[in-house]
Design a protein around this ligand. Structure first.
Ligand SMILES: Cc1ncc(COP(=O)(O)O)c(C=O)c1O
Length: 401
């Protein structure tokens, strides 16, 4: 029987899985690994949200199939969030859909709107679903940079001019995973105008909407007048409310895209477990203290990490948003490459990070550090790294050999 499955041939082994496997093995061997690899929040959701989950789960009638596009109250809660946070009006019936995490939403939309041979513009480096959601759907990826500057817009122009067939979709993700780059509203205004002129759909991933550190709230593409003509935007409860395992996210915006996605989802799923949806309503409608608490938590960790790793001889540009730092390899170890460097850090410093090359070829030369351990552990990680650098004869202050 043929086991050369079409899609499997297009899904390379997950590079990051190699480091994960080493981390598992090291832990099984009893080593205390400081895990800054995966963006998995270490905090729980607020108590009132967990209480709502339990309360609704105790009801005998809460265990049947739910609604694929989300219960109406939750779609209203998300529309209200966009109203109060961004001043954007959304119709909960036609412009909002609940997803089982934004990852599922991106994959379902990719299935709904792309066909084999379509070309999708996606950032490189990028969070894997931004490319593989479309590759699974049979589309072809043309990479564009992540840095939102003039060169970015020139790359878009070139892509439209030179690619046959013309690209039909552009994926954007700011604050970026993995690079933590941010944009302002003027960037989105220019992007929406470009998309209209070029007849390209924009898929904006706003998973880190609330994790910003410099006092400037992250904008939404939906704030641009007319954005709904060309764009949908994904948000997630995973990081904002520390609910990663709950699998709760949303897509909002263009009603044709929302309808297409809802249709695909109606064939694939029955929606998230109703008690989870009810508890998600409680999170969005209830006290928002956790949002500020999480923002401060990651902000503080960011400062500790940059300072402690800096003292260890590793200069890491402070991320302005997200829960990640995008750290260039120390100059003396650049030649090693990001995968080998990550393995060495794990082996010799008991610190797990994600190799940049796992996010695309343009990610080579970097590692992604997730701020998902407490300040004391971050300081410990920096001390371990310093010891490792010293064992190689690297001058900590200069980062040179
Ligand atoms: C940019 C980005 N988008 C989407 C996701 C997936 O989030 P969710 O848990 O909502 O599926 C992540 C998770 O790390 C992410 O970093």
């Amino acid at each position: 029987m043929d086991t050369e499955f079409y899609r499997m041939k297009r899904l390379p082994p997950y590079v990051i899985a190699e480091v994960n496997a080493m981390r598992h093995a090291a832990r099984r061997a009893g080593r205390d690994i400081i895990d800054l690899g995966m963006g998995n929040p270490d905090q729980p959701p607020p108590a009132h949200v967990i209480e709502k989950l339990c309360e609704v789960a105790a009801k005998p009638d809460a265990h049947g199939y739910s609604q694929s596009k989300g219960i109406p109250g939750l779609r209203r809660a998300q529309a209200n969030y966009y109203g109060r946070r961004f001043g954007v009006d959304l119709d909960p019936e036609t412009e909002v859909v609940v997803t089982m995490g934004s990852k599922e939403g991106l994959a379902s939309l990719a299935t709904a709107i792309t066909a084999p041979g379509d070309v999708v513009l996606a950032p490189n480096p990028s969070y894997p679903i931004h490319t593989f959601g479309f590759i699974i759907a049979g589309a072809t990826i043309r990479s564009v940079p992540t840095t939102p500057d003039e060169h970015y817009f020139r790359s878009l122009e070139k892509a439209m001019y030179f690619t046959v067939p013309r690209p039909s979709v552009l994926v954007v993700n700011y604050p970026s995973n993995p690079t933590a780059e941010v944009v302002d509203l003027a960037f989105y205004e220019r992007l929406v105008a470009w998309a209209k002129e070029n007849k390209v759909w924009i898929l904006s991933d706003l998973a880190y909407s609330e994790l910003y550190f410099d006092g400037n709230p992250t904008p939404s593409i939906m704030q641009v007048k007319g954005a709904k003509d060309v764009a949908v935007e994904f948000t997630s409860m995973s990081k904002t409310y520390s609910m990663a395992g709950w699998r709760m996210g949303f897509a909002v915006g263009n009603r044709n895209l929302i309808a297409a996605m809802s249709r695909v989802k109606s064939y694939l799923d029955y929606g998230a477990f109703t008690p989870i949806q009810a508890a998600a309503c409680a999170a969005l409608n209830g006290p928002q203290d956790i949002v500020e608490t999480n923002r401060q938590l990651y902000h503080k960790r960011r400062d500790v990490m940059v300072e402690a790793f800096g003292r260890a001889g590793w200069d890491i540009p402070p991320p302005r948003a997200s829960m990640f730092a995008w750290a260039p390899l120390p100059p003396a170890l650049r030649e090693m490459g990001s995968l080998e460097f990550s393995k060495q850090l794990l082996t010799h410093a008991d610190v797990a990070v994600a190799p940049g090359v796992g996010y695309g070829e343009e990610g080579e030369g970097y590692v992604r550090i997730a701020m998902v351990e407490n300040e004391q552990r971050l300081r410990q990680a920096a001390r371990n790294v310093k010891r490792y650098f010293a064992s190689l004869g690297i001058n900590a202050a200069a980062g040179t050999g």
